[in-house]
Design a protein. Structure first.
Length: 453
C-alpha cells in the first residue's frame, strides 16, 4: 500500500488549514457562490417548497429516510436568504441525527450522512454543537454496521457498487469537514482506483465479472473503448449492471447504476473542490458512464446489413438531480432545465448548479501536459507556482474566477528548458476559488486554488 504522503503528492490535494478556510470554500458549495443566485422561478420555488416543510425526525438507520435531503434544502435556502429559522431547523436536525445510527447498515450511513455534513457546513453550527458533531463524525466512520460491511470505511474500500460509492460520499464529506488530510488522501486514492486506476487502489470485492471488459483487472467503470463480444461497454458500471444478470445483449436497464452514480457524484464534487482533477480521471470516466446510459444502442446483423436499436436509459425520479451536475462540469446537455428533487443522499442541483461555469474539465486534458505545482493550497497571501519546461516555448499563466472571467495574467513570456518558480500575490482579489491555467504553446494544465483572507 502506498503511503499517505505519496498519495497526497500524486493527487495534488488541497489541505484545508482552518475551519474558516473550509467554510469559505465550502464542502459542496459555498454561501458566497449562492449569494447571487435567483430567488424566483420554478427552480427556486421547488427548493423552497421542500425547505418550508416540517423537518421530520432524522433516522440514520433508515436508508430511505428523506429527512437528510430536506435538511440540505433548508441549509441551502438559509445560505441564500440568511433567514435564521432555516438555520435553526438545520442545527436541530443535525443534533437529532446523532445517535440514530444504531442497527444501521453501511448503505444507510452512506446514503444519509453526507447531507447533514454539508448542511452543517453551510449554516455553521454553534461552537458547542460543532464540537459534539465533530467528535461524533470522527467515530461514526468506524461505527459497527450490520448486514454487510462492518463499517462505513469498510464499505467504501470493499464494495465496488452503490454500497461503496455512497459510503465514499459520506466518508469524504466527513473528512473535509474535519480537515482530516490523511482521510482526504485515502478517499481520493480509493476513488481513483474505483474509476479504473488499479495502481491507485484495487482491493475491491467484485461479484459476477461478466460485465467487466477485462475480467482479470476489474474496475468500477469500464475503460475507454471497452467492448464485450463486439458490443460497446465503455462507461458501464459492471458491478451494478450485473444486478440485472450476467452479460447479455441488448442490456437490461438496471437502476442500481444510477444509485451508484449518486454516490459517485458526491465523492467527485467534494474531491474536486479539494483540488483533485476528478472529472478528467481515467479518460473522463464519470462522463463516459452517463454517455453510455444515454446513447447506448445495440446492433443486429441481418444478412449484409447492420441495424442499430436505441437502448438508452435516461435518469428518472430521484436520480434526475445528477444531470445538472454533469452538465455543469462537462458542458453537456443531459438536463432539460426542469426542477429536480432530492436524491437518496444529496440533491437540489437544479438550483445550486444551474449556471454552467468555465470549469477545469472544459480545458481538456492533453497528454504530456506541462508539470505545474502550486503551494500552499489554499493560501492566504502568496501562492508559489513551480513549473518545468522540457522544450522551449511561449508560456502564459492566467487566473480565472468561477464565472469564467480572466482576473489576471500572471506571466506571459518565452521560456527555455528548465524549472521556473513564480510567486503570485493577489492582494486585489476577494477570497474564493480560482482556476490557474498554465499554457505552454499548445499544451495546457489547470488547477483549482483557494484564496483565504
Amino acid at each position: 500500500m502506498r503511503s499517505y504522503c505519496i498519495v497526497m503528492a500524486v493527487l495534488s490535494l488541497i489541505v484545508l488549514t482552518s475551519t474558516r478556510s473550509r467554510a469559505e470554500i465550502g464542502i459542496w458549495i459555498s454561501s458566497a457562490e449562492i449569494a447571487n443566485f435567483p430567488t424566483s422561478g420554478s427552480l427556486w420555488d421547488n427548493l423552497k417548497a421542500e425547505a418550508d416543510q416540517a423537518t421530520g425526525t432524522p433516522n440514520l438507520s433508515n436508508q430511505d429516510d428523506p429527512v437528510n435531503v430536506r435538511v440540505l434544502a433548508k441549509a441551502i435556502v438559509y445560505a441564500r436568504t440568511q433567514q435564521e429559522n432555516y438555520r435553526q431547523d438545520v442545527i436541530s436536525a443535525v443534533n437529532a441525527a446523532m445517535g440514530t445510527e444504531a442497527g444501521a447498515r453501511a448503505l444507510a450511513l452512506g446514503r444519509e450522512i453526507a447531507a447533514y455534513v454539508i448542511a452543517a457546513d453551510l449554516v455553521g453550527l454553534p461552537p458547542a454543537d460543532d464540537a459534539t458533531f465533530r467528535s461524533w463524525l470522527s467515530g461514526v466512520r468506524t461505527y459497527p454496521t450490520t448486514g454487510g460491511p462492518a463499517s462505513l470505511i469498510e464499505s467504501h474500500e470493499d464494495r465496488p457498487n452503490n454500497w461503496g460509492t455512497h459510503a465514499g460520499g459520506s466518508r469524504i464529506a466527513i473528512a473535509a469537514y474535519l480537515n482530516d488530510t490523511q482521510e482526504i488522501a485515502r478517499c481520493a486514492q480509493v476513488f481513483k482506483g474505483w474509476l479504473g486506476d488499479r495502481n491507485s487502489y484495487a482491493n475491491f470485492s467484485y461479484g459476477d465479472l461478466s460485465w467487466q471488459s477485462d475480467q482479470s483487472n476489474p474496475v468500477g467503470i469500464n475503460p475507454q473503448g471497452a467492448t464485450i463480444q463486439g458490443q460497446d461497454v465503455d462507461g458501464v458500471l459492471p458491478d451494478d449492471q450485473r444486478r440485472a444478470g450476467s452479460f447479455s445483449w441488448p442490456p437490461t436497464k438496471e437502476n442500481y447504476v444510477y444509485e451508484a452514480l449518486q454516490g459517485v457524484l458526491a465523492q467527485a464534487v467534494i474531491l474536486s473542490r479539494l483540488g483533485n482533477d476528478v472529472w478528467n480521471w481515467e479518460n473522463q470516466a464519470i462522463l463516459r458512464a452517463y454517455q453510455w446510459l444515454y446513447t447506448n444502442h445495440f446492433k443486429v446483423q441481418i444478412n449484409d446489413s447492420t441495424f442499430l436499436y436505441d437502448q438508452s436509459f435516461p435518469a428518472e425520479g430521484d436520480d434526475r438531480w445528477q444531470l445538472p451536475l454533469i452538465d455543469y462540469f462537462y458542458g453537456t446537455n443531459f438536463w432539460d432545465g426542469s426542477p429536480t428533487s432530492g436524491g437518496k443522499n444529496l440533491g437540489w442541483t437544479c438550483w445550486t448548479h444551474q449556471a454552467k461555469p468555465v470549469s477545469i474539465v472544459r480545458i481538456k486534458k492533453i497528454e504530456n501536459s506541462p508539470e505545474l505545482n502550486l503551494f500552499p493550497n489554499p493560501f492566504h497571501s502568496v501562492l508559489t507556482l513551480n513549473y518545468t519546461v522540457d522544450e522551449p516555448g511561449v508560456m502564459q499563466l492566467d487566473v480565472f474566477n468561477l464565472d469564467g472571467k480572466i482576473v489576471e495574467t500572471v506571466r506571459s513570456t518565452q521560456n527555455g528548458r528548465g524549472t521556473y518558480s513564480i510567486q503570485w500575490l493577489p492582494d486585489h482579489l476577494p477570497a474564493g476559488q480560482y482556476l490557474v491555467n498554465f499554457k505552454l504553446d499548445k499544451k495546457t494544465r489547470s488547477k483549482l486554488v483557494g484564496l483565504v483572507k
